[in-house]
Design a binder for this molecule. Structure first.
Ligand code: PXG
Length: 460
């Protein structure tokens, strides 16, 4: 398909982009050669670019626009709060009404034992807060030697020093002497890559027991917490077998280690339950939230804290020497509160659970017959397609990443946003996507897979 020449407006934006803007996670030189795509507006599950092309957003922005684009109530909530009280802090024995209203609403929609929240502006900051809070907690408990936090390879917990250290992306660690001390990683429950001949449930138990092995190697009295995403998102939608999380929880309880669920992607309905831990059946001590909390309309994140942990911190913790200017930002909280009420009152999470989630997964499963697709997996509104050279042997292309990029570029050109993690294609649409829009997504996805296959064969 030939792409029409960019408009004068587009060329002008691209020029400014080259001259002044450093993008996150981007090879600037490669971007400059091609020119950035300028996104100018959005409605529902669609985006438009500066040349007027319509794009179906299969990624909900960046896994975050849960209620879809264009919700006037959220703009109105921001506008009203900005006129009333745009900002005040929570530092010096003060609080604001929207901060407290959101804290109370979160206590209602999160699991029963999570009734306190510490607010941040992002998921990365929230994970920095986790490190500070967990170590402070163990100090207060008289066990200051409990400092080590165990995470997993291919985890994504953000891009700050602590977030990237908790994360298990080696290419991030390489650019800055990470991880910081006291953070260790075990292998993820990635059956497609590592399961070999084992059936998934047996592999799930094996993967979980790596946590116990690592705890024993470090010394149980030195381990503070285990952190994990219910489904690893940016690592490639790694869906653990059902056996995995209950075993992880059993091990954490056995050694008295805090269990942290990073729900930045899985929270607020993505898996058809309010939180991913509810889908997998475990009970975290701390829960990290961001993204879907405000559907991305304004930046906000937080850490939900269990009754047990908050009791210790409140009664015996003294001053917690940690916080951000924007912790509990009233305008962000007002928008997030309205967003959570939309999710609840319009029964959007229930719809994903009962209707559109199973429909999306069933339609995606049809792609398993495609010659390139080695596995289709997912839960609710989160899914992955593994592009492979050999389906039967689950064998990837080499080098990994080229075919995924080809496919991603065809999607872009055809008006569909799918993300590529190596050769794993990712889908995570807004939770309001209708059956008709899911059908459109599937038509586009199959067309892009066909184009990719033709390109791969052309090169063979
Ligand atoms: N935890 C998880 C599980 C995440 O997915 C963060 C923390 C960090 O949140 P902030 O708000 O600081 O970005 C994330 C973010 C990708 C991609 O390419 C994923 C994220 C961010 C940027 C890109 O898949 N997830």
């Amino acid at each position: 398909m030939s792409t029409p020449a960019p408009s004068q407006d587009t060329l002008a934006w691209q020029d400014l982009d080259r001259r002044h803007y450093l993008h996150p996670f981007t090879d600037s030189r490669a971007l400059h050669a091609r020119g950035a795509r300028i996104i100018t507006r959005a409605e529902g599950v669609y985006l438009w670019d500066s040349d007027g092309a319509r794009i179906l957003d299969g990624m909900a922005g960046l896994w975050c626009v849960n209620v879809g684009y264009g919700r006037r109530e959220l703009a109105d909530a921001a506008s009203a709060q900005m006129l009333e009280l745009p900002f005040y802090n929570s530092f010096f024995k003060t609080a604001t009404p929207p901060t407290l209203a959101l804290a109370a609403l979160l206590a209602e929609v999160t699991p029963a034992h999570l009734n306190h929240v510490f607010f941040t502006s992002s998921g990365s900051e929230a994970n920095d807060t986790v490190v500070r809070l967990v170590r402070h907690y163990w100090q207060v408990q008289g066990q200051p030697q409990r400092k080590v936090i165990i995470s997993r390879w291919l985890a994504y917990h953000g891009s700050t020093m602590a977030g990237a250290s908790l994360g298990g992306m080696r290419y991030m660690h390489e650019q800055g002497d990470l991880p910081i001390p006291g953070i260790e990683h075990i292998e993820p429950p990635y059956w497609f890559e590592q399961g070999g001949e084992l059936d998934p449930e047996a592999f799930g138990l094996l993967a979980a027991r790596r946590l116990e092995e690592r705890i024993l190697a470090i010394g149980a009295d030195r381990v503070a917490a285990f952190i994990g995403e219910p489904i690893q998102g940016a690592g490639g939608v790694i869906v653990p077998p059902a056996s995995y999380w209950p075993e992880i929880e059993r091990i954490c309880r056995k050694y008295g280690i805090l269990l942290v669920s990073d729900e930045v992607i899985c929270g607020f309905g993505r898996l058809g339950r309010w939180f991913g831990c509810e889908h997998f059946g475990y009970t975290p001590d701390l829960m990290v939230i961001a993204k879907g909390l405000s559907s991305g309309y304004l930046p906000i994140g937080g850490v939900m804290v269990s009754d047990e942990v908050s009791r210790v911190l409140i009664e015996r913790g003294g001053e917690f020497n940690h916080g951000y200017t924007y912790s509990g930002h009233p305008t962000c909280c007002a928008v997030a509160e309205r967003n959570v009420r939309i999710l609840r009152d319009e029964r959007i999470v229930e719809r994903v659970h009962d209707d559109t989630g199973p429909y999306l997964q069933a339609r995606l499963a049809e792609l398993a017959d495609h010659p390139l697709v080695g596995e289709v997996r997912g839960v609710g509104f989160m899914a992955a397609l593994e592009l492979v050279r050999d389906k039967a042997r689950r064998q990837r292309f080499t080098p990994v990443g080229e075919v995924g990029t080809v496919c991603r570029d065809f999607c872009f050109e055809q008006g569909l946003i799918m993300r590529a993690v190596g050769d794993t294609m990712i889908i995570a649409p807004a939770l309001v996507m209708s059956r008709g829009e899911i059908d459109e997504l599937l038509t586009l996805a199959r067309r892009c897979l066909d184009l990719t296959l033709a390109a791969v064969n052309g090169h063979a």
